[in-house]
Design a protein around this ligand. Structure first.
Ligand code: GLC
Length: 459
């Protein structure tokens, strides 16, 4: 391994160690990694699942604990909330008490009421494939499998009641790509004038991320009014997910979320198979196959991409916005030969997705592209990781696929090496002396963990 990579690995480890905290939840001490000391001071579901995949390369115990710590926040109905709040912290908005969810968790643990991309099983499988202590691995699996199964059963039951293979998300935060232009058309239907003034006043007074940063890098105020409004609506529905899915003014079959859902069911089936539970394994394998087919069918010939589907209140309308989510079905193995050629071509176009630091969250030539703003233009390590993973799934089909996967791996490592472990990166700019293309918050755990994973891929 090159010396520079060793140094990079050490820097990444140091960030993860600095962002590790010990909390006592439900009378038990947990070690967990927060995304950033500056703002995201709680535990996030898909962040921690990603973080654990980095941790396992240098501290197996910490990787096990990271995932087990997430399960402490699981609801009685199986939902894994996207935030598990740490006690005594007030730096993040919305605060723990805004959600009013304690009656659904064990012993009053405070969590959000929505989920985010279901990376948990993928992470557990990755950890098992990379950890070496067989005894500890088995204990970990015995502990975590019931939680993962309960989570998947929750998702299937409440988010795919029609049994079509695609889950419904009910809040842009559930997509993990909060202000992606994929959600604009749905959100615009929520008329700002119908949002109570006390909600807007609360956002104006208490929102904190845009105070740390120039606001061009963060979601807009209007987005935030709608985000908080949705939470208030779900509270009014007493977090009854049968009703929420039917009545929410935001409901979508998200191709990114569902690609991860497919992959997660494959991972869960593989784990169950390894640990001798073949009947259960078959069930999740069937769900994976159903989702894979459904994802293939979201392809639009007209737009040459996979499309999310707006399913709000009985609608069924494709959303054709050119974002990096269109590449996620690669990771689910849902791509036909023809679709693969088109995706590969779009990844290589300089005015679309082959920017200075690919892969931008929105195509460069799209009317929605915004080079600074969050999920509307910048490059994010987590989505790059899944695009690389997806391309690798197809690498034997065509040598260009393997080349593109290698190119993206090296570019992503360089982007982080030359700028540091930022939350996201300007996808268009050159790095020059004294100028960083890093955006959002620095010393970001997720980015550090993904760097570790990518460097190990190059070995
Ligand atoms: C932002 C991102 C989301 C991430 C969270 C914590 O909300 O959009 O994907 O999980 O920050 O890092």
């Amino acid at each position: 391994m090159m010396q520079t990579y060793l140094e990079l690995l050490n820097q990444a480890k140091a960030i993860l160690q600095r962002n590790t905290i010990t909390v006592t939840v439900d009378g038990k001490p947990y070690e967990r990694t927060i995304p950033s000391k500056d703002y995201y001071v709680h535990e996030w579901l898909w962040d921690s699942a990603g973080i654990a995949m980095g941790l396992v390369h240098f501290n197996e115990e910490a990787a096990f604990n990271e995932l087990l710590s997430l399960t402490a926040g699981q609801w009685n109905n199986g939902l894994m909330p996207h935030i598990i709040y740490n006690p005594g912290e007030s730096r993040y908005y919305p605060p723990a008490d805004q959600w009013q969810t304690t009656s659904f968790t064990r012993n009053g643990i405070k969590t959000s009421g929505i989920t985010d991309p279901p990376l948990l099983a993928i992470s557990a499988e990755y950890i098992c494939n990379h950890a070496s202590d067989e005894k500890k691995k088995r204990d970990f699996i015995n502990n975590i499998l019931p939680s993962i199964m309960a989570y998947h059963n929750y998702l299937k039951r409440y988010r795919d009641p029609e049994d079509c293979g695609l889950l419904t998300i009910v809040h842009p935060w559930e997509s993990g790509t909060d202000d992606s232009p994929r959600w604009d058309s749905i959100l615009k239907r929520i008329d700002l004038n119908t949002i109570p003034t006390n909600i807007k006043a609360d956002v104006d007074l208490h929102r904190k991320d845009s105070r740390h940063h120039i606001s061009q890098e963060r979601p807009t105020e209007d987005d935030y009014y709608r985000y908080i409004y949705l939470i208030e609506l779900f509270k009014d529905l007493a977090w009854d997910y049968t009703k929420i899915v039917q009545e929410t003014p935001f409901a979508a079959k998200d191709i990114l979320f569902n690609a991860i859902w497919e992959r997660a069911n494959e991972a869960l089936a593989a784990l169950l198979h390894t640990y001798g539970k073949q009947e259960e394994a078959n069930n999740y394998q069937r769900w994976a196959e159903q989702t894979r087919k459904a994802l293939t069918n979201t392809w639009s010939e007209e737009h040459n991409q996979y499309c999310d589907i707006d399913v709000t209140q009985g609608r069924h309308q494709a959303i054709a916005v050119p974002t990096n989510a269109m590449f996620m079905p690669l990771s689910a193995g849902a791509v036909t030969d023809k679709q693969l050629d088109i995706l590969l071509h779009r990844l290589s176009l300089a005015d679309e997705f082959d920017t200075e630091y690919p892969v931008p969250s929105t195509a460069l030539n799209s009317q929605y592209f915004d080079k600074e703003r969050y999920w509307r233009g910048p490059t994010w390590p987590i989505t790059n990781l899944f695009i690389i993973d997806g391309l690798q799934r197809y690498k034997t089909r065509h040598k260009n696929v393997a080349q593109r996967a290698n190119f993206l791996t090296i570019k992503t490592i360089q982007m982080i090496r030359d700028n540091g472990c930022w939350e996201y990166f300007d996808s268009t700019d050159h790095v020059t002396e004294g100028n960083t293309i890093g955006r959002g918050f620095s010393s970001f755990s997720w980015t550090a963990a993904i760097l570790i994973q990518l460097i190990h891929m190059t070995e």
